[in-house]
Ligand binder design. Structure first.
Ligand SMILES: [Zn+2]
Length: 310
């Protein structure tokens, strides 16, 4: 009970109605002011929260808390929406079986629905769980991703093709589904174009002069790879050349980065029209089926998932 406020007096029967209403108002004001004095709160924001455990909190703390709650709710909704619309979450049944080339317990190998590089082989390594970047996947999933990468390098090496793997890990606020893209390109073209230097230079220029992070991180297996070398929570771009050499770049300003960064570099050295990258043609189900059949012929002797079925 608050001190110094005589509640009873206001409700005495003998007081005339208008006077009584005025007294009640005065009473309310007094009560309000008294509580403000005790709580140190601003007049306008005082709530009837005596019973709540957080009644001692300041207005600033409460605002902060409400803002946090609001943000969390917003994020949850964004996440639910992104997952329910995601083309890579199998539960949404948006990915026809023809596009799925291979599947392990936690990862799948997929043909993209769009054709960025004409006839060059372009595949996606996709964790089945809706995680936002490869850095954040569980150990088991990471193991399986590495198995796919190693087997792809082996399979394409036979045909004198180098596997370029890259990941655009950014725009986390849109809750994307993580993917590693893989493009198989002739070693000859890669060598002649000095492809790794090409990428390195491009990455070096991404955040300009003001970058506070080390511009290029050389990804090394003995340092834990991207999962250890990229700080958690940061957006990044990662590129790897047949698992022999990998570079990553922390994206400080997302406005300076385009999801077509790697695609444009690769298109230019493969002499693919830039328009192909910017507005790629769709790959029909029929085409996917044919390409899937053709891929199985190359893949069958490297398919590590056979081990899982034994
Ligand atoms: Zn998803």
């Amino acid at each position: 009970m608050l001190k110094g406020v005589k509640v009873r007096k206001v409700y005495e029967d003998e007081i005339e109605e208008p006077v009584r209403q005025k007294k009640v108002r005065i009473m309310d004001d007094q009560l309000h002011k008294q509580r403000i004095k005790e709580k140190g709160l601003q007049f306008d924001d005082l709530e009837d929260d005596d019973q709540q455990p957080d009644h001692q909190k300041t207005r600033q703390e409460k605002n902060k808390e409400n803002q946090k709650k609001g943000e969390m709710l917003f994020q949850q909704r964004q996440q639910q929406k992104a997952i329910s619309e995601c083309e890579f979450c199998l539960s949404n049944e948006k990915l026809s079986q023809y596009y799925i080339l291979s599947q392990s317990n936690n990862v799948m190998l997929v043909l993209p629905k769009q054709r960025f590089y004409n006839a060059y082989t372009h595949l996606l390594i996709v964790p089945m769980e809706h995680v936002q970047c490869i850095r954040d996947v569980e150990d088991e999933t990471y193991e399986e991703i590495r198995n796919y990468q190693k087997c792809l390098v082996g399979a394409f090496d036979k045909a004198n093709l180098e596997c370029i793997f890259y990941e655009n890990a950014f725009k986390f606020k849109y809750v994307p589904h993580a993917i590693i893209e893989c493009v198989a390109i002739p070693y000859k073209i890669s060598k002649e174009a000095n492809l790794n230097l090409y990428f390195k230079q491009g990455m070096d220029e991404l955040d300009g002069f003001w970058s506070t992070h080390k511009k290029i991180i050389e990804i090394q297996k003995n340092k834990g790879g991207i999962r250890k070398q990229i700080p958690k929570g940061f957006a990044y771009f990662y590129v790897d050349f047949s698992l022999k050499l990998g570079y990553a770049h922390v994206i400080e300003n997302e406005n300076n980065f385009s999801s077509n960064f790697a695609r444009e570099i690769l298109a230019s050295i493969l002499s693919v029209e830039k328009s192909n990258v910017l507005s790629p043609k769709p790959r029909t189900e029929q085409e996917a089926k044919q390409e899937n059949d053709a891929f199985q012929l190359i893949w069958k002797s490297y398919d590590w998932t056979r081990m899982l079925k034994q």
